[in-house]
Design a protein around this ligand. Structure first.
Ligand SMILES: *Cc1c(COP(=O)(O)O)cnc(C)c1O
Length: 432
């Protein structure tokens, strides 16, 4: 299959190029030339299939021309080696817990898959592939852990000194092996700028094979569609209409859900739930896209003022806001509402949500009221990832899962660098 750029349908590349480049040369995002459609029969079987079994079937439909089947099977089964249980909170309302991977957030799914695909496409070369990633916290941990121990690939994580929470920092600074953490004397923007300069530097690119692993990479997106099939399959009563609610920031997770629907997944509606950074809900209402500088909230992984995957959504709906609004309902919630929902659900149902999941819960709960529909929302991260925030809300200490504890006990290994490009370049060249 070929992949085109959202800026130009005639600019098509192979899967290998789409994965190794991340971004098209005209700055568009890659889209699959065609989204495979599964027969109704497939959807009656998904209740008996495991997540990796579903992932393997969907992957074959996308990637079978480009990756040999047994290697693809290994990529899928190694990526999806943790459970994603559907947990019932109350009548008709469940949550799909996507936080049982190594860094306790849904980004593990895409990051692990992308890492193994990059490994596949850089094998049989005699040089290392260097993945450069700038992070303000969460992306660094998911990417670093996704690539940990993957042969032929070295990951360099750049993060702003003193501006990443200790819980986040330990998830990428204690790994060692093929992961290097660079503590930059600057801001997140400085880190991102260094990475961008590296990709533009001719000298560096002649000597090293550089690639990025950011959230717009197609190899992160497609595997995120697998769990929507799995979640729906786990719904006990399939006679009712099912609604899926996705708490969103850059809208990669929702775009993957829209892919699943195009593949035939019988979903009645999607809900795009945001914090006060409600650019997409506003678009769904008015048809106007008006990006803004983001506002800080307690659901900070969704503080996005110009969602990167929105161009993919536009592409799927041929820039027709009305058509998009037929499939997707948008809504937004304030921090105050998030706090209240976390307390209420904890007290009433003994279920502890993180601030991002809480936004998904509220949107779905509002929508289901007075209907005979059912639904699930995506719980994107474990509440312990936002320990201080969540503890302050429920006025109680929460237990840290053993996976997270292990990171916190590890030894920090990071290298301090200035924010000058010349220092970063020297570092990369010396390490080679
Ligand atoms: C990244 C992230 C989101 C937002 O997902 P998008 O795909 O960018 O919409 C939501 N919650 C958590 C915890 C995240 O890390």
């Amino acid at each position: 299959m070929l992949f085109y750029s959202t800026n130009n349908k005639n600019l098509k590349v192979s899967l290998r190029e789409a994965v190794l480049n991340s971004l098209a040369s005209d700055n568009g995002l890659y889209m699959p030339e065609k989204i495979p459609v599964f027969p109704p029969d497939f959807f009656s079987q998904i209740k008996d299939m495991s997540l990796p079994e579903i992932g393997f079937e969907v992957s074959k439909a996308f990637f079978d021309d480009d990756i040999n089947t047994s290697d693809l099977e290994t990529i899928v089964f190694e990526s999806l080696n943790f459970p994603v249980p559907l947990v019932r909170i109350k009548e008709n309302l469940s949550t799909l817990e996507l936080f049982h991977g190594p860094t306790l957030a849904f980004k593990d799914v895409g990051a692990r898959f992308m890492a193994r695909m990059m490994q596949y496409f850089s094998q049989n070369t005699d040089h290392l592939t260097h993945v450069l990633v700038a992070t303000s916290g969460d992306t660094g941990s998911a990417v670093a852990n996704g690539f940990l121990g993957v042969e032929g690939v070295h990951v360099t994580v750049l993060y702003p000194k003193g501006l990443v929470s200790p819980i986040q920092e330990c998830q990428f600074t204690t790994l060692g092996n093929n992961i290097t953490a660079l503590e930059i004397a600057g801001t997140f923007d400085d880190c991102q700028h260094l990475v961008k300069q590296a990709f533009l530097d001719k000298d560096l690119n002649r000597k090293l094979t550089l690639t990025s692993a950011n959230s717009i990479n197609l190899a992160r997106l497609i595997p995120q569609s697998f769990y929507y099939f799995y979640g729906l399959g786990q719904m006990k009563d399939r006679s009712k209409d099912t609604v899926i609610c996705v708490p969103s920031g850059n809208f990669g997770n929702l775009t993957a859900a829209l892919f699943a629907k195009r593949m035939g997944l019988p979903v009645a509606k999607f809900i795009a739930a945001t914090n006060v950074n409600d650019i997409v809900p506003k678009y769904l209402q008015s048809g106007k896209y008006d990006p803004k500088v983001s506002v800080a909230t307690i659901a900070n992984a969704m503080d996005v003022g110009n969602p990167s995957n929105f161009v993919r959504m536009l592409d799927l709906y041929e820039h027709n806001a009305q058509k998009m609004a037929e499939d997707i309902i948008g809504c937004r919630f304030t921090d105050e509402m998030v706090r209240k929902a976390i307390v209420t659900v904890y007290e009433q149902f003994e279920y502890l949500m993180d601030p991002h999941g809480a936004i998904g819960y509220m949107a779905l709960d509002d929508y289901l009221k007075g209907t005979d529909k059912q639904g699930f929302f995506i719980e994107t991260a474990h509440p312990a990832k936002f320990k201080d925030t969540v503890e302050a809300i429920i006025q109680k200490e929460i237990e840290i899962p053993s996976k997270l504890k292990k990171f916190m006990e590890g030894k920090k290994q990071s290298i301090s660098l200035s924010k000058e490009f010349i220092d970063f370049k020297d570092f990369l060249l010396q390490r080679g």
